[in-house]
Ligand binder design. Sequence first.
Ligand code: KIV
Ligand code: ZN
Length: 515
Amino acid sequence: MKNGKVIFFDTTLRDGEQCPGASMNLRQKLEVARQLEKLGVDVIEAGFPVASEGDFESVSTIARTVKKCRVAGLARCTEQDIRKAAAAVAPAGDRARIHVFLATSPLHREFKLKMSKEEVLARAVEGVKLAKSLVEDVEFSAEDASRTELDFLAQVVEAVIDAGATTVNLPDTVGFTTPGEYAAMIAYMREHVRNIEKCILSVHCHNDIGLAVANSLAAVQAGARQVEGTINGIGERAGNVAIEEVAMALTTRPEALGFAKGENPHNLNTREIVRTSRVVSRMSGMMVQRSKAIVGENAFAHSSGIHQHGILAKRETYEVINPADVGWGATELPLTKHSGRAAVKARLERLGHTLSNDELTHVFERFKKVGDSKKFVYDDDLASLVNDSLDTRNGVWKMHQIQFVAGSAACPTATVTLEKEGKKFTDSAIGNGPVNACFKAIDRITRSKGSLVDFNVHATSCGQDALGEVSVKVQFCEHERPVSGKGAATDIIEASARAYLNALNRHLTLSSIKA
Ligand code: KIV
Ligand code: ZN
């Protein structure tokens, strides 16, 4: 078990998507899944099928679409969850995995589950047996493993392996452990669990005190062979371990981490890392910090003269990774309004977006409009148009026209025309600024009342004619989670209105699924 490559289990679409504001619709999840497949992750955890109809649908659609990776669906240790997960992953055939979890730590047993050790043990075995009767590939996670008594944890691990689990995951659910302690936990399992050779030991680290990468690597050195994480490290609270960081640590320092010199410790195509990071960031609305390792914009930027001189003389003086090896530097000439449909399609594919003909038509229309108002359409401009135009197309309400008046001496006023089922609706509103006036006009037309929870704007490319990409989080119902939305346009007020409308459309879709 200690030998062999590290399996990457990507949970961007489940644990990552659980992070506030990162929720994605089906189209966005599919784009992420396709790109994860290009990256070469071994397992995609596509969602938690019992959570909602939307989750079920996205897990089963991903299971149908993805052709190489295993596809996992999460389930608590209950019959309903497990059967639902089995049905959702079924289209993946022999690549289907059910991921069953149950907490094992004293805190969770006493306060959350109100179950004794014996009851937890019995429930875990029962859950794994049921899952095993439905699929061949069963993973069991002992939630909060890192705060569980080692002897009890070993008992649970042994019992679930006997019950049929082929992967056993020992999560650091609250990001509490340290590298030495986590490695010792893995070593303890290898020493004390009789049938341990029959399973792959897996680790799942959260980053609450910034130790997720160190903990995952320590566990790999101790013999774990599956690492669970997310792209860009998105996830609950401080996030999950960033897959790209663990992968590049393994690629760059194999010998320091227990692999032979020249050995490739995993199956990822590292040249797809930056592209994957961009796709996840765009689809989830979660921006990547500029100085983030590997995928941040400044990760390979050398500003000091001494460093620049060193790099020019020999790259290795100040770079431990060749940026091209993770996919940096592949920028091509920007497109212009004269670029044809085939060129736009080819560029989108290189950026990780595979669109149907119909989808391409919509994006191409938007591209032409933007190309009229801007000399060059850069890759990031184009990618942000994908989200904006496809979500607009699928939404109940479509933006038709927008006008506004603002200035230090004017009362900010907006007039908006929206389209629904072929009919046009126009209304005006005043606000404390043009953006606020647009949101109010949209509220009046659609008879909704959103309150803005978060607002971010950034330029997708360089220059004064850059596209403005706006991300918003809006709460439409007091008791519901805020919904995120995105919009892009050369005018940031228009981009804001598009983002707000996108959030409203997503809220309406979610409400109709629940109804
Ligand atoms: O953090 C955690 O413990 C989890 C489990 C459900 C695997 O996400
Ligand atoms: Zn987790």
